[in-house]
Ligand binder design. Sequence first.
Ligand code: BG6
Length: 464
Amino acid sequence: MQPAVDLVVFGASGDLARRKILPSLGRLAARDSQAIRVIGAGRSAKATEEFRLLVGEAGGGERLAATADWVHLDYAAPSSFAPLQELVAATPCVIFYLATPPETFSDILLALSASGLARSRDPMRRIVVEKPLGHDLASARALNAQLAEAFDEEQIFRIDHYLAKDTVQNVLALRFSNSLFEPVWNRTLVETILITVAEEEGIGQRAGYYDHTGAVRDIIQNHALQLLALITMEPPTTFDAEYVRRAKRAALRAMLPIDPTMAVRGQYEGYLDEEGVAPDSRRETYVAARLQIENWRWDGVPIFVRTGKALTRRVTEVMIKLRDAPMLRIGGRRQRGIPTLIVIRIQPDEGISLRIGAKRPGTKFELVPAGMRLDYARLTRAALPDAYENVLSEVLAGGHSAFPGAEEIELSWEIVDPLLRAWESEGHPEVYPRGSWGPHAADDLVATGGGGRWIVSGDEPGTS
Ligand code: BG6
């Protein structure tokens, strides 16, 4: 029986496919009745049986494994795409998923066009591109231009799996479905915004990718800036993808390129001993930077972002600190200020908390920090879906809410490019101990830049 959807995965035997794509697809296929066939397409001559085994072992489930197929082709030879063309010819919807190293993208796109597999203006032919989407602004522009030659924008899905996290999408719900928050969401009442994307793990087996990439390209250019755009953008006209993208574009356009003197780079102790890392690598595994947004809403509000590998613990969080309320005296003494914090916990322990001041129970009038918390997992009986499950389900449905548009990608490169260029000619980054919060210079950056100090909830009483 011909499937309703063919998902052609380039790089199907790679790490990403095994860890994320195939298991998520397996869960989706088990949930929905849609008839999906996975076709692995690659340079190795695999037997179909071998690939079916791989799909099953990766958690793709029996149904997907039983119908999976493998096509052997040469990315640089469009004529070798003919068997693929034949295989999918009668399938209503064909999705090409580039989960290969970026240097192969160009050849694959050319071959898809030349072989007639890519059909622009046909919404039932889609292309999914994995990060990294470029290495800098120039290469990102070139990739976007090549994608646009083969496909229309509505057919293109650029993955930023952070956007597919429920808690990231919930930023829209928090901001624009409650009248409580939006009135304070501006430079009049917000003192600072701190974003932490911390990982406990080192780079593991990914030196081949990471040692050419580093923390700025891996996290800041995409995940962190997308998150910041959702946090700081103006209300979109509707929640539809096009309007949300428009609002994000405007926010990214108002962000100034990062000033290299307002950034700190670090490398974790032992990074140079990781398998595959160049012995004298100056690649950063940590970055902290100050960002500025020049528009009516945010002008003058210091914004800080930090990310790193091998840090104390895994936590992604946005901390919005409001200006202090006027402190009233009692018995002639000034009360200690308790800044209000709005904490958006992306992961783990997904949720939102408000840190407020409350009266300590008892006869005296004394203020203490206290917390109010939404535990996001309690909103559902089921486990929160993996971001890749959301990504794939959106691609299958043809929706774009979880994907950044071409221009957002380029605007984000414009923000980080000056920093990357400046760091190219710098010496070795500061080495920080594994399991720490990174270089001390990042604390000074925040303290002198008007951000107070880095905090993540749990470190402050009343926020967890
Ligand atoms: C990926 C990065 O995009 O995101 C990885 O390439 C990083 O280096 C990962 O570990 C983090 O994703 P998550 O969903 O675990 O926060």
